[in-house]
Design a binder for this molecule. Structure first.
Ligand code: G3I
Length: 330
């Protein structure tokens, strides 16, 4: 079904090529996804608030559509995400009497959510981001202050992995985070995962989100992060890649199109990244972008709402950028 210019085919002996999709883009980007990608992740539809807005109410319709899309098109599906401080409804942390839920109640809710969701998709989802973004970006503290941490205690992460493994012993279980190449945060992530392994927790991989830009992180820092995480003996996946045209503190909103310099730099960066990924293909099992083409990207609303960005390998018309040819031929 794909011609030889397909990105997924070019890397079929190396790693999967994935894209985040949502209930709209599985329609609007259907052809592109089928031609160039062989893995998908739901952008929002499998998060706690989407699936489980009230204690007695699960809403699976949109998530089911994405799982169906993956199955019908023979694509792999990554599950995203079971336990996160964000996009989790308030009821989870409340006791129903105006107070906050205690450890036992929270653990029971976490377990029942994980069991229900993992079980429902066990035939389609081959790996889960079990815990997302639990580590602080800077400061002494290692674990991010969150309602999960405060309500359960530090072992909430380990418990989540155990519940997920019980629900589907065949699923590959990942810890997923961003700013993953920043040395300070990298070491915190490394230590967290090392401790999980030492406790015998069922964890199989680390997800490097890879929300990068034209300038950061450097190729060296990326290599160091891959080496460091790989030294734990786990599989790694690039889970949410994009290469923003703007430096992190650049808030310009006046650009209607990327400049020639931006385009050139982005091409260089993408070539370097894929060169590096190929070097590490034995440990890197998947490279997923946080979107399929520049016609839809979460970065159009971050960090400035409505500021257009062009972070992906396919343009706003869903055509491959020049660099795709080079990456495929690399
Ligand atoms: O659902 C409401 C909708 O009813 C309303 O009309 C609309 C108006 O703004 O908002 C909708 O909710 C938005 C939701 O996406 C669904 O589109 C939220 O405002 C918006 O904040 C939310 O953003 C998502 C973000 O996670 C939330 O944290 C992005 O789409 C999604 O790409 C992003 O993904 C995360 C990964 O899960 C974890 N790593 C970082 C990554 C990027 O932030």
């Amino acid at each position: 079904k794909r011609d030889k210019q397909s990105l997924a085919d070019a890397f079929q002996n190396d790693f999967l090529i994935g894209a985040a999709v949502n209930h709209r883009t599985i329609v609007s980007q259907n052809e592109l996804l089928n031609q160039h990608y062989n893995s998908v992740t739901a952008e929002n539809e499998m998060k706690f608030e989407s699936l489980h807005p009230k204690e007695q109410l699960y809403t699976f319709e949109r998530a089911d559509k994405i799982a169906g899309f993956a199955r019908e098109n023979g694509m792999k599906l990554r599950g995203h995400t079971l336990v996160w401080h964000n996009q989790t409804p308030d009821w989870v942390f409340e006791d129903g009497h105006g107070g906050i839920a205690g450890r036992e109640l929270l653990l029971a809710r976490m377990k029942s959510h994980i069991e229900t969701v993992v079980n429902r998709y066990k035939d389609t989802i081959y790996c889960w981001d079990v815990v997302n973004e639990a580590v602080t970006d800077d400061g002494e503290e290692s674990l991010r202050p969150s309602k999960w941490l405060h309500g359960i205690g530090q072992d909430y992460i380990e418990q989540a992995f155990r519940f997920a493994h019980e629900a589907d012993p065949n699923a590959l279980l990942f810890y997923n985070d961003y700013n993953e190449c920043n040395p300070g945060k990298r070491e915190k992530i490394y230590s967290l995962v090392k401790a999980l392994l030492e406790n015998g927790a069922p964890i199989h991989g680390i997800g490097l989100q890879a929300h990068w830009n034209l300038f950061d992180p450097s190729l060296d820092l990326i290599r160091e992060a891959i080496e460091r995480y790989a030294s734990l003996g786990l599989k790694l996946q690039i889970t949410e890649m994009d290469v923003s045209m703007f430096a992190f503190d650049d808030r310009r909103t006046d650009l209607k199109a990327p400049t020639a310099d931006m385009i050139r730099l982005q091409e260089e960066r993408y070539k370097q990244f894929f060169g590096l990924f190929r070097e590490y293909k034995d440990v890197l099992t998947s490279v997923t972008f946080w979107g399929a083409a520049d016609d839809y990207t979460w970065l159009d609303h971050f960090p400035v709402r409505g500021r257009k960005n062009w972070p992906l390998l396919f343009d706003t018309e869903q055509r491959p950028k020049e660099v795709v040819k080079e990456i495929i031929g690399q």
